[in-house]
Design a protein around this ligand. Structure first.
Ligand code: SF4
Length: 693
């Protein structure tokens, strides 16, 4: 299907920021003869310096895809029926008013996916403002299983959320991260540092492209990273190569930590992690003695575990023991863009789901993250406890493929009276909906991209500019503003359009829309905060780095990182007899983002079907050859896909990507909370078996 396209900018080049994955690469859009002709990387943007990944290069194919749905639709007995936006807003508004009257505002939940979270602070805050005014506390996001775990862990340990400054590091540890696929701009920046002489350590069950460039590669068993970190600490403490002055002046709990790590000599850690003891020693020495050094933690690889929070705490502690905090090349924060407050949380009615089980997921020392733990939603829907949820709005998310235990998620969603989905394409989740609302791509939205400092240690702000309109697709801001007006919230949503709302948000920053328009590629904003703790201390209760966490102790959790086996592991229990292989899921593929973009021909050609990676030794035992169709089974289900036999993966481990409708790995995964502190699921170390299909 061809879409009606209205180009809004004159002929020439429009600078914007890509949003087909989280990172926001600078992009130039060429307009010629009133048509959007092509995109290319923006050479002046400090993040990607002119380079786009295959998704970014395909941005126009995404925007103009014939599979895209660009008009609102409602479900009728005969199937989907095209409707107007006014009709869609009336249906939704009437449904929300009815739900609120009969069950209370908390009975309406919103599930926000990554494209909205990464629309920048303003977009997500206005969406949450709508929820606040309506009164529901149940505005969830993808952060329930992605990224938030390490934010909480770093705050509990360091009082803040720093990132690895790879551009200035002399030693870089890439831990459970495959940036060539998950974060191409980061991969480029790491390689630039290596080319300038930085040393590289990679820790991963798979020999990734980055691991092939590493000085040291530690092929770790999934689920044992905490033991490895403790083994490295053991060496650093025993060999007296930690930073005495920093530890003495700026940490609490070192003596107790010394006792804890005494139990993790490299020879014992080798048995747990399958990494040779001499490599553990070598990695610890390299990391502790080559400065500045930083650990780049994978997006989820250390988080989705039984000890998710402790894995990330262990990373923060390694940075602290070596005095690599608040320094260029170590862990660093940058000044943030403080926009006008947008939330109206005082209007929220009651507490979000999951707060009672996972209070630290909601708030640490009065610093609220403002949302509950989504992973409890399927059980809450099925049980009606602690209160009924009757309607769900899914914004740019596809829980039926991306949340663990898909069968349970589907059953849970079947209990809902009403589902609305706003997205670019029809998805398995949207197929369950009563209302489909067509979303705009990033080329059809005006948004502030203000997260470069937080995510990349690049203090920078870019304005994502609306280049065109496609069909009747609406930006998220336009939709939520319009719904607010339809529901009579005009006074609390006084902004005419996106630009006016962003102008309001920017007021306290000293930046203006004019500044951003006059600097088409973006503007530097603020600075990296070197030596911040020396002026202010650490924002923890002790004012120091909390190697020992009194907060965790008081709440009944381990006060120090400790190795604990995955809830399904090869070293404990009976399950391994039936399911002898370790299943790790969720690895990224640069051509896709979670369940997105399988419809885009250029990308699909590069990866036509899903594959399970298996080591030749395991494949040989099972009589499986490269390309064979195989069945991967766990105690929850089975899927069929092709084998990719490769010695890049650790023997005994298999890796299945997520997001494929035809081989949905989340039919195999368990939604039971693995990490007791955050409720994150355990998706990186499950047990499975494989047979010929
Ligand atoms: Fe876009 Fe690719 Fe950059 Fe992600 S890495 S922002 S998809 S160009």
């Amino acid at each position: 299907m061809r879409h009606e396209v209205k180009v809004l900018q004159p002929d020439g080049v429009v600078h914007t920021a890509c949003e087909l994955c989280p990172w926001g690469c600078g992009m130039e859009v060429q307009i010629k003869g009133g048509k959007v002709e092509r995109v290319r990387g923006d050479k002046g943007h400090p993040l990607n310096e002119g380079v786009l990944c295959p998704k970014g290069v395909s941005a126009l194919e995404v925007a103009f895809s014939p599979h895209r749905i660009t008009h609102p639709m409602k479900r009728e007995k005969e199937g989907w029926k095209r409707i107007s936006w006014d009709e869609a807003l009336d249906i939704l508004s009437a449904k929300l008013i009815d739900i609120k009257e009969r069950f209370g505002p908390q009975a309406f939940a919103v599930a926000i996916g990554m494209p909205i979270l990464l629309g920048g602070n303003t977009t997500v805050s206005f969406l949450r403002r709508f929820c606040d005014i309506y009164g529901t506390p149940n505005c969830f996001s993808v952060e329930s299983l992605c990224y938030r775990c390490r934010i909480i862990a770093y705050i509990l340990t360091l009082g803040k959320f720093p990132v690895a400054d790879v551009a200035n590091a002399r030693c870089i540890v890439v831990w459970g991260n495959n940036p060539h696929h998950s974060n191409p701009p980061l991969a480029r920046r790491i390689i630039k540092s290596i080319d300038k002489g930085a040393r590289l350590i990679c820790i991963d069950p798979r020999r990734t492209e980055m691991a092939k460039r590493a000085d040291l590669f530690l092929q770790v068993r999934p689920g044992s990273d905490c033991a490895l970190a403790l083994g490295m600490m053991h060496v650093i403490v025993e060999e007296d190569i930690f930073d005495h002055e920093f530890v003495r002046e700026w940490t609490v709990g070192f003596d107790e930590l010394r006792s804890v790590v005494a139990n993790y000599p490299p020879e014992r850690v080798e048995k747990i992690t399958w990494v040779p003891a001499d490599k553990i020693r070598e990695a610890a020495r390299l990391f502790a003695t080559v400065k500045p050094a930083c650990i780049v933690q994978g997006t989820n690889a250390l988080d989705q575990h039984t000890v998710g929070i402790q894995n990330a705490r262990a990373v923060a502690i390694l940075q602290a023991l070596t005095d690599n905090i608040d320094n260029l090349g170590g862990f660093i924060t940058s000044s943030r863009v403080h926009i006008n407050p947008i939330r109206l949380t005082e209007r929220m009615s009651g507490e979000p789901l999951g707060v009672d089980q996972y209070p630290l997921f909601y708030e640490v020392w009065g610093r609220s993250f403002g949302e509950g733990q989504t992973m409890v939603l399927p059980d809450a829907l099925l049980s009606g406890q602690p209160y009924p949820i009757k309607a769900l709005f899914v914004a740019a998310s596809n829980p039926l493929l991306t949340w663990p235990n898909s069968q349970k998620v589907k059953k849970a969603f079947e209990t809902l009276d009403f589902i609305a989905v706003m997205d670019l394409f029809m998805t398995p989740t949207a197929e369950m909906a009563h209302l489909f609302l067509p979303a705009a791509t990033f080329l059809e939205r005006t948004e502030l991209c203000d997260y470069y400092g937080t995510l990349h240690a690049i203090p920078y702000v870019t304005l994502r500019k609306k280049v065109m309109e496609v069909g009747k697709a609406w930006s998220d801001l336009r939709f939520w503003f319009s719904l607010a007006r339809t529901m009579g919230y005009d006074e609390l949503f006084p902004w005419e359009d996106e630009e006016e709302a962003i102008r309001y948000a920017l007021e306290p920053t000293g930046l203006s829309m004019q500044d951003l328009y006059e600097h088409p590629g973006g503007v530097p904003f603020g600075k990296l905060r070197v030596d911040q703790y020396k002026q202010k201390g650490f924002a923890t209760p002790s004012g120091k780095v909390e190697l020992y966490s009194q907060t965790l102790k008081e709440m009944g959790y381990d006060p120090f990182p400790m190795h604990r086996e995955p809830f399904e592991g090869p070293l404990e229990g009976e399950l391994v007899k039936e399911y002898p292989l370790i299943l790790t899921t969720g690895a990224r593929d640069v051509h896709f983002l979670h369940s997105e973009f399988r419809q885009i021909e250029r990308l699909r050609k590069k990866r036509p079907h899903p594959t399970v990676q298996i080591h030749p030794s395991n494949a040989g035992d099972l009589g499986i050859e490269d390309g064979d169709v195989v069945v991967v089974e766990t105690r929850l289900g089975s899927i069929q896909l092709r084998a990719e036999v490769t010695d890049d993966i650790l023997p005994g481990v298999v890796q299945v990507p997520h997001g494929w409708e035809e081989a949905n790995v989340n039919l195999l995964t368990d939604n039971r909370p693995a990490d007791p502190v955050t409720g994150f699921p355990g998706l990186k170390a499950l047990l499975c078996r494989i047979r010929a299909g």
